[in-house]
Write a protein that binds this ligand. Structure first.
Ligand code: F6P
Length: 319
């Protein structure tokens, strides 16, 4: 009988549970055994691997986080760690592995595949939306909605006080999440690491707008573009306008996944399970322009996803 395993790795994201659930239920439907690897690569190295049933993934579709647990594992960054992980997979008769995670996690998978030949299928699980070859990652929609919800609230108080509000959002080196939330939240400025910004010019514009009667503005700052706390001080000094800063932090990682994240995670989970069962390897499934796409795992981890210039332009036009 065939056996596969599923794991989540790196920063958790809302919808990882829905994806893992879909992998498990699809495999069982196909008559294939499924193992869950707890706590990401750490669990693989420590042999924290358990057989899953359909019931193991009950009551999960609505939950953020990941029931499998996740970790950022240093030991797996070494060839010895990866060999240990591989040996544990072999012990359980696991013939293929579905990895749900971001860039770093998929890189770990690509090394495991290269060094041991273990078949790997990846799914993009990260709020950062930074996986190459696709315009969506599992969790980015829920995180963007959480940010927009925060922006809506900040608008009320910003308007009441005629303030400038800076909102720092996650995304690591990528401005994707910030751009999605900035456009959907109607931000005046979206500062992202991919695009140079001129602080003097921005402050000059802000001052002119407030002089002309503007009551408030929202500036979304991607964490990769700089610290909003520091930027806020500069903005207040340069404009003379009352400025406040909110760093949203890990609030963005949690919460019940949106319909979009649940749907796409479920569809991708099924694809991944069917692919790994039929012997596919070194492929990452994702969504691009609304359609399921498959990307070579090595291409996905060796290329840097660029920010869509159309979105950068749109954010400017609509501000
Ligand atoms: O990759 C997801 C992410 O939330 C990034 O946006 C952020 O930079 C990082 O993880 C935070 O990592 P940690 O949860 O380990 O503090």
């Amino acid at each position: 009988k065939k056996a596969i395993a599923v794991m989540t790795s790196g920063g958790d994201s809302p919808g990882m549970n829905a994806a893992a659930r879909a992998v498990v239920r699809t495999a069982l439907y196909e008559g294939v055994e499924v193992y869950g690897i707890n706590n990401g690569y750490q669990g693989m190295v420590d042999d924290d691997i358990v057989k899953l049933s359909s019931r193991s993934v009950s009551d999960l579709i609505q939950r953020g986080g990941t029931f499998l647990g996740t970790a950022r594992c240093m030991e797996f960054k070494t060839p010895e760690g990866r060999k240990k992980g591989f040996d544990n997979l072999m012990k359980h008769g696991i013939e293929g592995l579905v990895i749900i995670g971001g860039d770093g996690s998929l890189t770990g998978g690509s090394l495991l595949s290269k060094e041991t030949g273990m078949p790997i299928v990846g799914l993009p699980g990260t709020i950062d939306n930074d996986v190459w070859g696709m315009d969506y990652t599992i969790g980015c929609d829920t995180a963007a909605n959480t940010i927009v919800d925060a922006i809506n609230k900040l608008r009320d108080t910003a308007s009441a006080h005629r303030r400038i509000m800076l909102v720092e959002v996650m995304g690591r080196n990528s401005g994707w999440l910030a751009m999605m939330a900035g456009i959907a939240g109607g931000a005046e400025y979206v500062l992202v690491p991919e695009v140079k910004y001129d602080l003097d010019e921005m402050c000059h514009e802000l001052k002119a707008m407030y002089d002309a009667g503007k009551r408030y503005s929202i500036i979304v700052v991607a964490e990769g573009a700089g610290s909003a706390v520091g930027l806020g001080q500069v903005v207040e000094e340069k404009t003379g306008i009352d400025t406040r800063v909110s760093v949203l932090g890990h609030i963005q990682r949690g919460g019940s996944p949106t319909v979009e994240d649940r749907m796409k995670a479920s569809m991708l989970g099924e694809k991944a399970a069917l692919a790994i069962i039929s012997g596919a390897t070194n492929v990452v499934f994702g969504f691009n322009e609304g359609k399921v796409v498959s990307v070579n795992l090595f291409d996905a981890v060796n290329n840097q996803k660029t920010l869509d210039p159309e979105l950068v332009r749109l954010a400017r036009v609509l501000a």
